[in-house]
Design a protein around this ligand. Structure first.
Ligand SMILES: [Zn+2]
Length: 349
């Protein structure tokens, strides 16, 4: 192993020790997704608290049980389960854990209906994805295939009832700490981070991840129901990247010793990392601007230009990336949007 990798591992170990000294233990739970393991965090406090659950799979449950046992706990001991956001790798096991433990389930109040109505909500998400993909140039046969793929993934999530809805900017009081509940939308509309101001620790889930740029996926606003589909057909779309960058600006100003993310290693240098992200997005927006300046294109054509075949296999992800950056260009007046026959092309302004 190289010295750099050695040092990185050493820093990771040291950060996890700082968290452990605060009673916070990372439990890395396997997922079937490209992102790899998700970090759930066990907080040994009263109530015994678990932040996020892992996906709804026997393997995730098995490993979670082993990780809990290694700390002398069982699923039945969990008293409070907190859900950070609407992605199934973070909440899929929650209903099983809540049933077995009788734990309270806490989440941002705006997230509660999405979790309770998981099946129907996922239908709406898939319908929105379909509208967006067709509107932005992805061929109909690919859209149909991707909808089947998405349906196949659905069982990694599961509906769960939130028994303790949390207001943004409220606090979650444990015997040994106070966690501020902060809404930081962008990666998803429900992203919630939990701030222990006394210790300078932020439980950040997917709001900030060290080894990958957290992708701002296009998703319905939290308060939008079925009527949003009509608005999407008429051309409205969520401004995920703009929202995300505004959230990162706020996080950047926080005094933090340690950020515990939903994937990968702890973060001790959140400001340079966030500055890196801003530079990355500026570079990518500039590159997309050059592509559009050369010739008007659909978002899907831009994605293919940037990522080749990945633009097909990961069509919605790459579409979200492109549209996020196009939103920056539209905001800055650099490009314009034209629709013909229900398909949108971006052109220089
Ligand atoms: Zn996520």
């Amino acid at each position: 192993m190289s010295e750099d990798a050695d040092e990185a591992l050493e820093r990771e170990r040291a950060s996890l020790e700082v968290a452990a000294a605060a009673g916070i233990h990372r439990l890395a739970i396997p997922t079937p997704f490209m992102v790899g393991r998700i970090n759930a965090y066990l907080i040994e406090d009263s109530p015994l608290t678990l932040i996020d659950s892992g996906p709804n799979s026997a393997k995730a449950l098995d490993e979670l049980e082993q990780a809990l046992a290694a700390r002398g706990h069982a699923v039945e001991d969990i008293e409070l389960l907190v859900i950070s956001h609407q992605h199934m790798d973070h909440f899929g096991l929650a209903s099983i854990l809540a049933r077995r433990s009788g734990a309270e389930v806490a989440a941002l109040s705006g997230l509660a209906p999405l979790l309770a109505g998981y099946g129907r909500q996922t239908d709406l998400d898939d319908s929105l994805a379909e509208i967006m993909m067709l509107r932005h140039g992805i061929p109909p046969e690919i859209v149909t295939a991707l909808r089947a793929v998405s349906a196949g993934f659905r069982a990694w999530g599961s509906a769960v009832e939130v028994t303790r809805p949390l207001a943004a900017d409220s606090t979650l009081e444990l015997a040994g700490r106070t966690l501020q509940v902060l809404h930081r939308p962008g990666h998803s509309p429900s992203d919630t981070v939990f701030h222990d101001a006394d210790r300078g620790i932020l439980l950040a889930a997917d709001h900030l991840i060290a080894h990958i740029s957290s992708n701002p996926l296009l998703a319905r606003p939290l308060d939008a129901g079925e009527e949003y589909l009509d608005r999407a057909r008429a051309g409205e779309r969520p401004q995920a990247l703009i929202t995300y960058m505004a959230s990162l600006e706020i996080t950047r100003e926080m005094e933090l010793a340690l950020v515990l993310p939903g994937h990968g290693r702890p973060i001790t240098d959140h400001r340079p990392l966030i500055d890196d992200r801003f530079r990355l997005h500026a570079r990518r927006a500039a590159k997309i601007n050059r592509l559009i300046a050369a010739q008007p294109r659909t978002a899907h054509e831009i994605a293919q230009e940037l990522w080749g075949n990945v633009a097909v296999t990961q069509a919605y992800l790459t579409l979200s990336e492109v549209l996020g950056h196009v939103d920056l260009l539209l905001r800055d007046g650099l490009v314009v949007e034209h629709e013909t026959g229900g398909v949108v092309r971006f052109a220089p302004s």
